[in-house]
Write a protein that binds this ligand. Structure first.
Ligand SMILES: C[S@@+](CC[C@H](N)C(=O)[O-])C[C@H]1O[C@@H](n2cnc3c(N)ncnc32)[C@H](O)[C@@H]1O
Length: 409
């Protein structure tokens, strides 16, 4: 397969070429490197595996293949399913940018937070995977998260206290100056970083510590400059960088990203790393803390079918357009780029956690279907009820069944 770069900015391509050459140190032209594809990807400063592979190809460097970065067709589905340990959370969804820490990182962060807090209060911003182990150790911990579904997963597993459903773009005066430590992992975009930094400045007491996962320099063109802006944003709210450990935060590759990589013949388990930046709140600041941060994301209604999460755009009840659907990404039903920069993201009306993404007309009928699926009705039952109620025509039936099958398979 011919692999094309996702990120074609010329400065970026040059930097990536440098990073890839450094990763295959001591490589002799014409000979394969000793390094595996997975090792090279992990050492390429956050560059997307598709870009690393395209760069290796263009530099004529061949590499060792291992089970961490197999071509998709060398790994059976049952093996790839086994690679992911069962979790108390339902599947991560790309609309939530839900990249979860791997188990070693969860343990490492838990130890750091316990040692730093010394019995003081710990706030987790979006970092739900660290919540259960901290509770087990008796920590005084609060999870602040926007996703009701994630908090419900924790409640179903028996965790009831310390869960706050909130949008961190908005002030939280009830909690100000009361935490010793914050662990934050926002989606890796400046508006989210700004919101999570402001909330940290609001909630931490002076002298408190924030651990923040930061996008590595080659995550995308512009990432290096974004890291500088982030430092300025932190300084503006009284937070000073006191330490950083490059690449020390490791992530599980979520199913939705696996699907996108598979479309390029890559398997690539757990390749993503974040840099851990440690900030100290050195002074009180009121700058911008009462102003909401504007984060431009669509509104979704979320449904759950088994372990899958399905997000659907809200419908307009007076819209009588007949039901129809098409893939949102012209290259197929799986969205090939999971980044916020994908030009097809805005066209998505229904999106599953395993990254099937469609544009839909007559969307109200889909909401009805998912409400009934959540109530354990079968797809044929649901569709025949809709036909008998006159909510869809006979000729729309087959399409509706095909879409529901794809989204819930
Ligand atoms: C990149 S994920 C971090 C997941 C983390 N690595 C873990 O292992 O739990 C970002 C998290 O922030 C949450 N989030 C996104 N926007 C938010 C907002 N405005 N307010 C609060 N939480 C938000 C998402 O629900 C998601 O759980």
């Amino acid at each position: 397969m011919h692999i094309q770069l996702f990120n074609t900015d010329s400065e970026y391509t040059k930097s990536l070429g440098k990073a890839v050459r450094a990763a295959v140190e001591n490589h002799i032209d014409g000979r394969p490197t000793e390094k595996t594809l997975h090792q090279i990807i992990v050492q390429s400063a956050g560059a997307y595996p598709v870009d690393v592979l395209a760069t290796l190809n263009s530099l004529g460097i061949s590499y060792q293949e291992d089970h961490w970065a197999y071509r998709a067709n060398t790994l059976s589905k049952s093996e790839s399913e086994l690679a992911v340990p069962p979790s108390l959370f339902a599947d991560p969804h790309p609309a939530d940018y839900d990249w979860r820490f791997d188990s070693a990182t969860v343990l490492n962060l838990t130890d750091r937070l316990m040692a730093e807090a010394k019995g003081g209060k710990i706030a987790l911003f979006g970092t739900k995977t660290v919540f259960p182990p901290l509770i087990e150790l008796g920590a005084d911990v609060t999870l602040f998260n926007k996703s009701k579904a994630i908090l419900d997963d924790l409640r179903s597993a028996g965790y009831t206290a310390g869960l706050v459903e909130c949008d961190l773009a908005l002030p939280l005066p009830a909690y100000s100056n009361s935490y010793s430590v914050v662990l934050a992992d926002p989606p890796w975009y400046l508006d989210y970083y700004q919101a999570f930094l402001r909330r940290t400045a609001e909630l931490l007491r002076v002298g408190g510590i924030m651990y923040l996962s930061v996008l590595p320099e080659l995550t995308r063109p512009g990432a290096k400059a974004e890291r500088m802006v982030l430092l300025e944003e932190a300084a503006a709210v009284g937070m000073v960088l006191v330490n950083q450990v490059a690449g020390s935060v490791s992530y599980e590759t979520p199913g939705f990203e696996q699907q996108s990589l598979n479309a390029y013949g890559l398997y690539c388990q757990n390749w993503r790393r974040g840099d851990l930046w440690v900030f100290e709140k050195q002074q009180e600041s009121n700058e911008g803390l009462v102003e909401p941060v504007t984060i431009d994301e669509p509104i979704w209604v979320e449904y759950r079918v088994g372990r899958k999460r399905i997000k659907v755009k809200p419908g307009n009840p007076v819209d009588m357009t007949p039901f129809s659907y098409r893939a949102a990404d012209p290259s197929g039903t799986i969205l090939t780029q999971v980044s916020r920069r994908s030009p097809f993201r805005k066209d998505i009306d229904v999106w599953s956690s395993d990254n099937y993404a469609y544009t839909v007309t007559g969307i109200c009928v889909l909401h009805e279907c998912f409400r009934q699926l959540e109530a354990n009705h079968s797809i044929p039952q649901i569709v025949s009820t809709l036909v008998s109620q006159g909510l869809i025509h006979h000729k729309e039936q087959a399409d509706l069944i095909a879409l529901l099958d794809e989204l819930t398979q």
